[in-house]
Each structure stands twice: as C-alpha cells, then as structure tokens.
Ligand binder design. Structure first.
Ligand code: 6OD
Length: 492
C-alpha cells in the first residue's frame, strides 16, 4: 500500500486473491455529518460459493500445507504492514465510525497489530498432551494429541471496534492454519479492505483470506448456513447470535460467540473516589458507549452516593464531543442514524419509566455540518428499579444509571439480576472484598480498580445471553483447532 488511504468510490470484495466488483451496492455514510462516503460492493450467492471453494482449496493445497513457521512469518509481516500504514487505518476507521483520534491511536489500531503478533507467537508453543497407557497384559501404548486446522472459518465481525474485533478472530484462525471468510459489518468495512490489500501484498496464498462485503441478511445469513463452512465465530448482538446458532445447528458446526452485555460497576465506600470516578467515566462513555464491555449500571454505596453523582456529572459534562480528527476530542458520534434512534428511544423509555436525568438526554447542537451527523450527549440517569427495562436491556450508547446500595450481599444479588453476563468492574481499596465479590459475579470478566485492561492471553467471553466459549490466548488456539488423539500400541 504505497498511497495514503483514499476511500474508494466503490469498495470491492476480495475472493481467491482477486478484488471483485459486484453490481449490487450498499452505501456507506459518514456518521460525523451524514454525508455519503461511497459504496460497498455487496457479495452475491455466486461469490459466496467462490469464496468457500477458494478457502477449501487453500486449506488442501497452499495455506493448510505450509509449516506453522512459514505461516507465522507471513502473519508477522501482516502486523508490520498494519503498523507501517497506521495513518491509513486511522483515516479509514474514523471515516466509517467517527471514533476519536485518541481512541484510534491508543486502542483500535495498535490492537490490529498486536492481535497478529500475539497469535503468531503463541501458536508456535501450542503443545499437545501425551500419556503412556499401561495395559493389563503388560503392553503399553503411547497416546498423544495433535492440533489440526478446523478448515474454513466464517468470521462475522461488528461495527463498534471494526479492526480490533475482526483481527481478534482472523489472526488466531489463520495462525492455526485455517482459511477464513470475513464478513464485516456493512457500516464499517473499510479497514477490512485495507487488510485485504495487505494480505495480498505480503503474499498470503489466494483463498486463505477472503472478504465478503454486504448486509447480514444477504451475505452473513447464507454464509453461516453454508455446509462448506467448518466453524463460525461472531461478535455482535445476542439476537443475531441466536439466528447464527440456528444456521450452524443445521450442519452441526462449532460456534464461538461474544454477544451483548448489561455491565455493572460497583463502587464501594472504601474506593479511591477520584480513581473510581475517572474509571466509571471511561467505562461508560468510551467509544460513545459502544463497547460491549461498557458500564450501563453503576451501584454506589449510600455513604458516597451524593459525592459520586456530583463527580460523575461534572466529568460527563466536561467530556469533549466533536470532530474526531481533533486530538482533544474524547467522544465522536454514534455509528449511524438508526443506532442513534435506538439509543434515543431508550432515553425516552427511561423518562417514561420515571428516571431522573442528572445530565444529558438529548442531541448536542453545533450549528455546523455535525448537526447532520449522529452525535448524542453523555447521559446519566437515576431513580429506576433494577427491573425497569432501561436497567435490563442493552442500550449500547453513552448512558449509565446510578443506584444506591447498602451492603455487599445485596449489591451482588442486584448485579447478578440480569440475563446478560459479560463483564463487571469493582472499585474498592479492600483487597479481601475485591477477591470475595469478584468471584460471586456471574460474568466472564471482572475488572478491579480498572476497566478494559487487556492481556491478550487471558480468556475473554461471557456467560448467559452474553456468549458461548472463550477466546484469547490458548482459548483461541483451542477453538480454532481440531484436536486429534493418536494411540500407538507398544508391544511388551
Ligand atoms: O478486547 C478484546 O479482545 C475484545 N474482544 C473486546 C470486545 C469488545 C466488544 O465490544
């Protein structure tokens, strides 16, 4: 990629080592000002078939036949190229999502590189098991396991952290020797197109990496029903996950799902108030609240509730909202008009349910082109029961509800009163309390005195409606591999 990134008029799919322009389009909108950014070429059924065939060929003849060492060298080159072209990735991701430069440079784009590096390194030491089995007649047997690729993996990735979450799956799937067919969200496909260019340039064999663009109902649905797909990995809404699971069931294929969340923060009386306030500001409003890990419910001990409300209000009101190119801006717009309408409908629901708005609740006015974009105010509410719909349903916007609690058992029960189980954060200076409470929360991940601090070797995923399985480190390698046992008779 010698040229800086310029959004193409038409973004093509990438199948079997070729960029392919179809005759069906989906338009791409800039969430900062509502202007059209260009069009995506939507994949059709014939292209889906071609991608599956090419991916299988790469499995049987090229990518699947390379040594792990060769594959990992190529994946490191992919990481190097993402880093070299950081500016292009920033521009593309910003154009699609409107997310701030701060976030792109600190979180999203570096994770694209890191995802390739970690899995290329980890797979080299992905060891199997071995046992000497003693038989009754004195013979022995050697049992040992090998890890093989699953085959062709379909990757359906979301719009909130497009590069980060797609590469979180692409990198381990490729490192384990699979071929992949990636279907990114139609709202945010540009960085996947850049990644396809890089795959092409570094010489990833044709068909090992395929990119199908377009809408879920047109591309994702037939792809996940296709009998030529060996596994499906998905991050996104619980409802879509449930549909994909039905599709996968027809062919009895494994799935790995990271789905919605309704995450809580608990602020105990002994917490460092400054740290807790800064942490909850970050966990509620990062990426305009569009991270599955974001806090939407905050439980604060009665003795510090008023001080906490005042501190959080002050912080929310001083967040800079605006053009994502401005280095001082913390929050850009929501991703689309449709999504803003959804978030606004929850503001309205909260109000109907009797919430008091401490701050926010509407759309900021700029008196310039941003008024045609999809901005929204960081919003804090209080006064609702735990069972209110606002406190039970995932909103996925910059809003949190504050509640008072009195004791530890009470707050744990209230935090667990949800159909979701992704993440939680606990703010306390009492180490014993931290260990005791963290273990009792029904979620996949608990952060103590921090939030979204990531070590890519740790298991990541949720329970209940928040997902199936874990990815990260060994857990990714395990999902993206087939383990076979080999048993060898050793005569006495
Ligand atoms: O950090 C990660 O690895 C990860 N899977 C984050 C997911 C965020 C969901 O919006």
């Amino acid at each position: 990629m010698e040229n800086p990134y310029i959004l193409p008029e038409q973004t093509p799919c990438y199948v079997d080592g070729e960029f392919i322009y179809t005759d069906q389009y989906v338009s791409n909108t800039n969430p900062v000002n509502g202007q059209n950014l260009g069009q995506l070429c939507e994949a059709n059924q014939a292209l889906i078939e071609q991608a599956v065939t090419a991916a299988r060929y790469a499995q049987n003849h090229t990518w699947g036949k390379m040594t792990s060492q060769q594959r990992c060298q190529l994946l490191h080159q992919v990481a190097d190229k993402i880093a070299e072209n950081e500016q292009a990735f920033i521009q593309a991701e910003m154009a699609d999502t409107g997310k701030s430069l701060q976030q792109l440079t600190q979180i999203d784009i570096p994770r694209g590189t890191a995802n390739f590096r970690i899995f290329a390194d980890m797979v080299k030491s992905y060891a199997g098991e071995s046992f000497i089995t003693e038989q009754t007649n004195g013979d022995k047997a050697l049992n040992y396991t090998i890890h093989k690729p699953l085959g062709v993996v379909a990757i359906i990735s979301p719009w909130n952290l497009p590069l980060l979450l797609a590469t979180w799956k692409i990198a381990p799937a490729l490192a384990c020797g699979n071929s992949v067919i990636v279907k990114p969200s139609e709202e945010t496909s540009s960085t996947m197109y850049l990644l396809a260019q890089i795959m092409d340039e570094v010489g990833i064999p044709k068909g090992a990496f395929n990119l199908l663009l377009g809408r879920g109902e047109v591309v994702g649905d037939p792809l996940t029903r296709h009998p030529g797909i060996d596994a499906i990995t998905f991050t996104g809404a619980t409802k879509t996950g449930s549909q994909i699971m039905k599709n996968a069931a027809a062919n009895v294929k494994p799935v790995s799902f990271e789905l919605g969340g309704k995450n809580s923060a608990i602020v105990f009386a002994d917490a460092d108030l400054e740290k807790a306030l800064n942490g909850v500001t970050r966990s509620s409003f990062t990426n305009c609240g569009q991270v599955c890990l974001c806090t939407e419910k905050v439980y604060v001990h009665r003795s510090i509730f008023d001080a906490f409300v005042e501190g959080l209000k002050q912080r929310a009101e001083s967040l800079t909202i605006g053009y994502p190119t401005d280095p001082d801006v913390f929050m850009g717009p929501l991703v689309s008009k449709q999504h803003r309408d959804k978030v606004l409908s929850y503001f309205q629901l909260a109000s109907q349910e009797g919430a008091q708005f401490i701050t926010g609740g509407s759309i900021p006015v700029f008196n310039d082109d941003r008024d045609n974009g999809f901005f929204i105010q960081p919003t804090i509410i209080t006064g609702l029961d735990d069972d209110a719909r606002t406190n039970q349903e995932e909103i996925f916007g910059p809003i949190c509800h504050l509640s008072v609690f009195d004791d530890e058992d009470e707050v744990i029960a209230r935090v667990n009163n949800t159909r979701y189980g992704l993440a939680a954060s606990i703010w306390t200076d009492n180490l014993t309390r931290a260990h005791r409470t963290a273990a009792q929360i029904d979620v996949g991940m608990v952060w103590v005195n921090t939030w979204f601090l990531r070590d890519l070797r740790t298991p990541f995923g949720g329970c209940k409606l928040s997902g199936i399985g874990r990815e990260g480190g060994q857990h990714s390698l395990s999902f993206y591999s087939q383990t076979s046992n080999i048993c060898i008779q050793i005569d006495n």
